[in-house]
Design a protein. Sequence first.
Length: 262
Amino acid sequence: MSASPHSAPSLATYTSLRGRSVFITGGGSGIGAAMVSAFVEQGAKVAFVDINEAASLDLAQQLKADGHAAPWWRACDVRDVPALQAAIADAGAALGDFAVLVNNVASDDRHTLESITPAYYDERMAINERPALFAIQAVVPGMQRLGFGSIVNLGSTGWQTKGSGYPCYAIAKSSVNGLTRGLAGSLGKHRIRVNTVSPGWVMTERQIKFWLNEEGEREIAHNQCLPDKLQPWAVARMVLFLASDDAAMCTAQEFKVDAGWA
């Protein structure tokens, strides 16, 4: 297997993912790009949206240069729900009904309690909470036609460990488990599984650039059970498992990938 900059080490292959259509929100960089790469390398037909057009183009070109099928992608601001659902519809027309949806898109911009206005709160929810629900709404009819499906919602351990500096983000991410458990029962009768994956402090370029300092290094050493820094590919690997038939009886659950922090 050739390796792109976002690739994991050569680990498990999930044959059930080959040829299946997968949609990922926020797939152009960071954890999302690692997931796009991981699914492409499994032989899945991948579509993604991201607001960062340059990063998305670079990712698609790199995967193609590595000998893989280029993913379908579109620059999309997920705050625009009609645009998001239109992208899902257009990608589905090109690739077929989606067997897998990964609700990854998020923004953990720092803010204080005192600075929050109703408009800022609504904008944070429009990025970190609302897209997941409406993406699910858009893919479920196709999953019903297929007779199965896997939805993976990205949560966070930050609010669970009482992380500070992003109360709106904490509110949005704490709601992810409610979304997962609130839909698992009604969708389960269609063999559509819904799970949450909650990462710890993942060393994306953004995290390293803005927040990894000497104090952060000490926090990692003190709080993680495992000594290695958490990389995007490790989160992607858990998502692959939950998307695959190997996880056929896993639903309504939260799976943490945090090196033991939480």
